[in-house]
Design a binder for this molecule. Structure first.
Ligand code: FES
Length: 176
């Protein structure tokens, strides 16, 4: 489940990726190198490296997939299948903040749809959309692991539990 974001189709022609080390910052390449050293095969480092790539670029573009593939000496499809399987990788640009609202059973029974409605009322976004000012993207999660405190939302790694629709507006107001 992609949390409302459509998965783009891979294009037939690969972009002209020459040197992945020139496409990321030195700091990010150092993080890549440190990860690769920890595993017997480069493929094992793929998920953390995609996280680092996303932290630098903001999202996982097709070019980023190609660059990671070259860096790890993998086929681009091997990177693509992982990037498209896990919803935490953004396959299109997102806002400065990303809100994940859980929609699985506990959160559903405890009112996640009202939370989603509160986002729409506050800033006009539906799941998978980004506000016009680029401040926030709303995505849906299948379970955030806080089922006993449903409904649950995660914004940039901060959890909000036992959330009410009334709290959504003030939480969003506090985001820069
Ligand atoms: S069902 Fe929402 S956190 Fe698990």
């Amino acid at each position: 489940m992609s949390g409302g974001l459509p998965i783009p189709k891979p294009a037939a022609a690969a972009p002209n990726v020459k040197d992945p080390r020139a496409c990321f910052s030195k700091e990010t390449i150092a993080r890549f190198d440190a990860q690769v050293k920890q595993y017997p095969t480069t493929r094992s480092a793929l998920i953390p490296i995609l996280h680092y790539a996303q932290e630098e670029k903001g999202w996982i573009s097709r070019e980023t997939i190609e660059m990671v593939a070259v860096y790890l000496k993998l086929a681009p499809i091997q990177v693509w299948e992982v990037a498209t399987f896990y919803p935490m990788f953004h396959l299109q640009p997102v806002g400065r903040h990303v809100a994940w609202v859980c929609r699985n059973i506990s959160c559903d029974l405890r009112g996640c749809n009202e939370i989603i409605d509160a986002f729409h009322k506050k800033c006009g976004v539906a799941p998978g959309q980004t506000t016009a000012d680029g401040k926030l993207t709303l995505r849906l999660a299948e379970c955030l692991g806080g089922c006993a405190q449903a409904p649950v939302m995660d914004i940039d790694g901060t959890y909000y539990e036992n959330l009410t629709p009334e709290q959504v507006g003030s939480i969003l107001d506090r985001l820069k």
